[in-house]
Design a protein around this ligand. Structure first.
Ligand code: TRP
Ligand code: ZN
Length: 485
């Protein structure tokens, strides 16, 4: 078997994001001042409320996310008008306060906020760049569950990186798509936009009835009224906000099953000829991944195959990866593997991106090996020696330590991350390695995890000291010597 699909991924792995999410210095100052005002001495009331932090201080995206609360559920109700490219929406966010809150922040890029309530009482809001500061009429007590409803509208923004790749809200020839990695979801709904705060989602979209609106999860109902169609999608399992999507346009729908699991594929008619085998491929690859990585983490699998030539990447949007055109087999497998590695087991910070991309890339090698193509060892050798087309640039930095936000989707995170996994496999043997993959997916199912937890698991399950291996392959600068395990 040849590997033409591997060549198609050039666009994806060459993405270079140079954009850093940006709280203004003023916001940071205001906030550290607030967090310092915790009660001290006997005179202060025990639960003096303070502002939630304006960011989670992610090492690569310091402006993203917010502190002081933990979101459990989003109800997004969106109406989209394709001619004007406008959204009119409400977001109802259920969260639990992790501190007594006098105010808290949501991340939101652009759009106009019309009205905000907290527990159904009007709250004051203030925009500071990509932050929405919400001050409830009364403080929220620590540990209390509270509901914030934000009404907003406007032209959702397309966010452009310096390399010209785009995310956020994007118009296509027959509609639009919202894509969120790493920051694009801030362009279409307010929230805690950091992978460490996952939540369940109900996403309802109203569009002109001649179009369809596809999102993550299960379609609960479609209603039609006055020339408009409303699609209600349900996601009871946690989802990182960057894996949320809405695709509006003309789509053919295929609904099948694989091993009892629903397979929902939406295909743009412009790609229908080339994407004919998608439903069976998604079914087959999901079933194969189950055999390798353990139980499928969500209630359905599928894909969105759009026609959007201006986009240069696919994305593992939860339950339905988004493809900007009919994809090659390797890329499909890659995005399916992300349902376990990325969407179910989600990195705690963007630094640990290799836990997504290294795993999804290695899953491609495994699939290839089991299809009777190149063995994973042969692919390893082609990467190590530099003959593989995707191996360019893989030694530029250590995969577990990208230098900045502009490099989270660079070749070391993908290729060298996969090389590290292959070294683990050779060090611990196939049986232990494959049970490590399953245990990793099972232990952190629907949660967050980090690199140190993966290293610990490998050492625990193999009863080996693997520090040297990980130091060399995940953390070391430059090309490590390729000594046998
Ligand atoms: N995660 C996508 C994939 O697997 C690629 C991608 C798109 C990406 N946008 C990104 C990776 C931003 C890191 C950051 O194919
Ligand atoms: Zn990927």
């Amino acid at each position: 078997m040849t590997t033409p699909h591997l060549l198609q991924q050039g666009g994806r792995v060459s993405r270079a994001l140079r954009r850093v999410a940006l709280p203004t210095a003023a916001v940071l100052l205001t906030c550290s001042a607030c967090t310092n005002s915790t009660p001290s001495g006997n005179s202060a009331p025990p639960a003096a409320a303070s502002s939630g932090a304006a960011s989670l201080r992610d090492p690569l995206f310091p402006g993203l996310g917010n502190g002081g609360y933990d979101v459990s559920h989003y109800v997004l109700t969106l109406a989209y008008q394709p001619e004007a490219n406008t959204l009119k929406a409400t977001a109802v966010i259920t969260a639990r306060a992790t501190q007594a809150l006098s105010s808290f922040n949501l991340d939101l890029h652009g759009l106009s906020v019309r009205n905000t309530t907290v527990n159904e009482r009007v709250a004051r809001t203030e925009r500071r760049g990509d932050e929405l500061v919400v001050t409830p009429s009364a403080p929220v007590g620590r540990g209390q569950e509270f509901t914030t409803a934000v009404s907003y509208d406007g032209l959702p923004a397309t966010i452009e990186g310096e390399d010209g790749s785009i995310e956020g809200w994007m118009e296509t020839d027959d509609g639009a798509v919202g894509l969120g990695e790493p920051t694009g979801s801030t362009a279409w709904f307010p929230g805690n936009h950091h992978p460490s705060d996952k939540a369940s989602y109900d996403i309802t979209i109203t569009v002109p009835a001649e179009l369809k609106a596809i999102s993550n999860g299960t379609l609960k109902r479609r209603t039609e009224e006055g020339g408009l169609a409303t699609y209600a999608w349900k996601n009871p399992e946690p989802m990182p906000s960057y894996a949320a999507t809405v695709a509006v346009g003309v789509f053919d729908i295929s609904e099948t099953t694989t091993g009892g699991l629903p397979v929902y594929v939406a295909t743009d008619p412009d790609e229908a000829d080339k994407a004919q085998d998608m439903p069976s491929l998604i079914g087959e690859m999901t079933a194969w991944s189950v055999s390798r990585f353990g139980p499928y983490p969500f209630a359905s699998t599928g894909a969105i195959v759009d026609h959007f030539p201006e986009l240069d990447y696919a994305l593992e949007t939860q339950t339905k990866p988004y493809f900007q055109k009919a994809p090659g087999d390797g890329l499909v497998l890659h995005e399916i593997a992300h349902q376990w590695f990325g969407n179910s087991v989600t990195p705690r910070s963007w630094k640990d991106m290799w836990l997504n991309e290294g795993f999804a890339t290695y899953a491609e090698w495994l699939w290839e090996e089991e299809q009777g193509g190149e063995s994973a060892r042969e692919t390893f050798d082609a990467f190590y020696s530099g003959t593989h087309p995707e191996s360019k640039g893989i030694w530029d930095f250590p995969p577990a330590d990208p230098p900045d936000a502009g490099h989270v989707s660079d070749p070391p995170v993908y290729g060298r991350g996969a090389l590290a996994l292959h070294k683990v496999r050779e060090a611990v043997g196939d049986n232990t390695f494959f049970s490590i993959l399953k245990t990793w997916a099972e232990r952190h199912r629907h949660k967050n995890a980090d690199t140190s937890q993966f290293i610990k698991l490998c050492e625990e399950m193999s009863a080996k000291d693997l520090r040297g291996l990980f130091d060399a392959w995940l953390f070391g600068e430059g090309k490590p010597p390729n000594a046998p395990a």
